[in-house]
Design a protein around this ligand. Structure first.
Ligand code: B16
Ligand code: MG
Length: 217
């Protein structure tokens, strides 16, 4: 029996990846190199410090822990300036309507994001009250693909992993959901999210009863 839907934030509910990219790119440019959009794809669902390490590796730059923390803080300041302009219009198409359908059922809504800014973003887009549980980067010690974020979501809601369904747009996130022992609905492309149980292009036109039927199979 499905008791909860656990949603990733970036790429599932809102598209903050573009703002992460702009802020990381600014940092890389300041250090004398560039990162492509393709490279940024690999940062989706990866924690802030893990992302920083991957970017520095890409630019062949070695820094002390202190320097890294300073760079991460500066990137986050720039990122916050960008996301501070977000409004409810930035919620991805079909998400609001899908949430309304969920609320007609007994299914609980949880967030499973590694972002430390998740709550602030949900506030900006006026979705904070829609969640029964919020697990974000402030509550976990291991990033995706570790299952911690989704296992904590299940625990906070009081359900077992097999009663939870994960919605994820990132390869690392799909793996995290599978590692948690949950069914995963990939949001994006089938060839990229090939470990997901079902892949949807997005939430537009999604009918919850049909989706629940599909998940039984
Ligand atoms: P922050 P998600 C992830 O969010 C992003 O996909 C990833 O690009 C970012 O580095 C990470 O959050 C940490 O975010 O710097 O705001 O703590 O996909 O897990 O919702
Ligand atoms: Mg994501």
């Amino acid at each position: 029996m499905i008791k909860a839907f656990l949603f990733d934030l970036d790429g599932v509910i809102v598209e903050t990846a573009i703002f992460h990219y702009q802020a990381w790119r600014q940092m890389a440019n300041d250090l004398g190199f560039d990162i492509s959009e393709e490279f940024n794809e690999g940062l989706k669902g990866i924690s802030r410090m893990d992302s920083l390490n991957l970017i520095l590796q890409h630019g062949n730059i070695e820094l002390s822990e202190e320097q890294k923390l300073a760079l991460a803080a500066k990137k986050n300041d720039n990122y916050l300036t960008l996301v501070s302009k977000m409004t409810p219009d930035d919620i991805l198409p079909g998400v609001k309507e899908f949430f309304e359908q969920i609320k007609q059922t007994e299914i609980k809504i949880g967030l499973g994001s590694v972002s430390k800014n998740a709550k602030m973003i949900l506030e900006r887009v006026d979705l904070l009250d829609d969640f029964d549980a919020i697990i974000d980067g402030t509550k976990i010690s291991k990033g995706k693909p570790d299952p911690e974020v989704f296992l904590n979501g299940a625990t906070e809601l009081g359900f077992s992993p097999s009663e939870c369904i994960v919605f994820e747009d990132a390869v690392a996130g799909v793996e995290a959901g599978k590692n948690a022992g949950m069914k995963v609905i990939g949001i994006g492309q089938k060839d990229i999210l090939n470990k997901a149980d079902i892949v949807l292009p997005g939430f537009e036109g999604i009918e919850i009863t049909q989706l629940l039927e599909k998940l039984k199979k």
